[in-house]
Ligand binder design. Structure first.
Ligand code: UDP
Ligand code: MG
Length: 138
């Protein structure tokens, strides 16, 4: 199976109508969209998804933001998908993200940075299963 990674189009990008442009960039970079849904996260879901950041100063604000409106989790397939998507997405802080990256184009703050991308193959498998179940890994 080709490598898979999880992306989330975050509430800021959905509310600002950047979904089409973000999906276009994903496809133009050679990723195959193999799963996609729109959903508003509950606080419990956001807390579980970002559990690794619990206790950090930005955690409460991140929960508020991630539950503020619909998100679009999607599963992307490509050789070396995890590392390549992190490159296409860019640095966490949009102001220092690389020119041409999705966060540079659509992020407006370190919190409201338009998209999530899994940071390792191990976390990608966990995050894909979180939204789409184990069937999405077959
Ligand atoms: N975040 C934030 N303030 C910070 C750092 C991160 O609000 O100082 C948010 C931001 O939305 C980021 C998410 O928390 O995407 C997860 O942080 P992480 O360091 O894992 O960045 P990422 O892996 O998304 O680049
Ligand atoms: Mg991260």
């Amino acid at each position: 199976m080709t490598d898979r990674t999880l992306m989330i189009i975050k509430p800021d990008a959905v509310s600002h109508n950047h979904v089409g442009e973000i999906l276009k960039r994903v496809e133009e970079n050679g990723f195959k969209i193999v799963e996609l849904q729109m959903m508003k996260l509950t606080r419990a879901q956001a807390a579980e998804f970002y559990a690794i950041h619990k206790g950090k100063p930005f955690y409460g604000g991140l929960m508020d933001f991630m539950t503020s409106g619909p998100t679009i989790p999607l599963v992307l397939e490509k050789a070396n998908a995890v590392a390549l998507l992190r490159e296409v997405v860019g640095a966490t802080n949009p102001t220092v993200a690389e020119e041409g990256s999705i966060r540079k184009a659509f992020g407006t703050s370190v919190q409201r940075n338009a998209v999530h991308a899994s940071d390792s193959p191990e976390n990608a498998a966990i995050e894909v299963a979180f939204f789409f179940g184990n069937a999405a890994q077959n």
